[in-house]
Design a protein around this ligand. Structure first.
Ligand code: FAD
Length: 309
């Protein structure tokens, strides 16, 4: 990544945490272009998009947007909405699980309360034979997130997994331990602003680590989601699996709503399991800014929309 792109990325990621800018964006943002990456502000809108994806043979993971909440009453509201979502998915026979963020459930405020909320959601998912993915946030939360997943599994609640970020040095060890515990993982490159000593510096190194982690998982035969829009890594995964006799039922590809849509559809047509991450809700701003930071061209798309209004 060149220095200009790195600075641009870092500046945008700093904006993701800015509440004042966030408030302004909420007033205008959906019209500005956030709707390309966010399925709507209500569950009805998101479930409609999931129905459309399912009709194309694409599964979904539904994400009620929200992170870094300021009081536990908010976490309780989020928990109740997730439980309702699981019931609606079941009732409507949709092909979708759910993804949630630990800080949305109060991890930064009260880890015990956060665990209790997530446990309630996973218990509901287990009852309905569905699944909960705990997204991975920035590195201050990595240990606690992984520990919660181990604890849930130890309590017999196994319909829960988490995410490992290839940009972190520590991920190799984390993947090894989580694989031993047979935890379903989503592998990603990583989307947050992190301190340099924790992460690989170059994209080539991140890509090499991503492949290393995918290989460990495929070799071990524990179900894995390869979540990337990187065609080179997708092609590499397909080839590695084919050469090593690993059936396509042991892994899936995941991509974000509104990103590389033709690629999602093509993989589904080829018979691979593809899951689209469908975010919705009023708190879409930090998610949206991270998507801008991943690809400067997205920002030009949004600015152009604004100009053309
Ligand atoms: P890149 O090398 O960034 O991109 C490869 C190509 O894909 C680019 O050339 C570009 O053309 C295209 N592309 C990538 N991103 C975009 C975009 N936003 N808009 C348009 N085109 C794009 N990160 C976390 O830290 N924690 C999580 O829990 C997490 N969950 C995720 C769940 C899913 C389903 C996905 C797909 C990603 C998730 N991420 C998460 C984000 C991830 O860490 C990366 O930041 C993001 O996927 C971009 O990296 P990439 O692998 O697509 O590769």
């Amino acid at each position: 990544m060149d220095i200009g792109t790195r600075l641009f990325r870092s500046a945008l990621l700093a904006l993701a945490g800015n509440r004042v800018v966030g408030k302004m964006a909420h007033r205008y943002g959906m019209k500005l272009g956030a709707s390309r990456f966010v399925a709507g502000e209500t569950a009805d809108e998101a479930l409609l998009q999931i129905r459309r994806l399912n009709a194309k043979g694409i599964s979904a993971t539904l994400d009620l947007l929200g992170e870094s909440i300021r009081d536990l009453a908010e976490a309780d509201r989020f928990k109740r909405e997730y439980i309702t979502l699981l019931e609606r998915i079941h009732h409507d026979a949709l092909d979708s699980n759910v993804s949630l963020k630990p800080t949305q459930m109060g991890l930064a405020l009260d880890p015990a309360a956060c665990y209790a909320h997530i446990r309630d959601i996973v218990e509901k998912a287990q009852q309905l034979t569905n699944f909960v993915r705990i997204d991975m946030e920035n590195s201050p939360y990595t240990d606690d997130t992984i520990a919660m997943v181990h604890r849930l599994h130890a309590e017999g609640l196994t319909r829960v997994g988490t995410v490992i970020q290839a940009y972190l040095y520590r991920s190799r060890l984390d993947v090894r331990q989580l694989t031993k515990a047979k935890v379903n993982l989503r592998l990603v490159k990583g989307a947050y602003r992190e301190l340099g000593h924790l992460t690989y510096r170059s994209m080539d190194d991140v890509n090499a680590n991503m492949k290393r982690l995918i290989r460990v998982r495929l070799d071990a035969g524990v179900y894995t989601a390869v979540a990337t829009h990187d065609e080179q890594i997708i092609a590499w995964t397909k080839t590695y699996a084919r050469r090593n006799g690993i059936p396509a039922s042991r892994y899936e590809f995941q991509m974000l709503y509104g990103v590389r849509v033709p690629l999602q559809e093509q993989l589904a047509r080829e018979g691979y399991k593809v899951r689209c991450y469908v975010p919705y809700g009023r708190m879409w701003y930090p998610y949206f800014v991270r998507r801008m930071a991943e690809r400067p061209a997205n920002l030009w798309f949004v600015l152009k929309n604004w100009r053309d209004r």
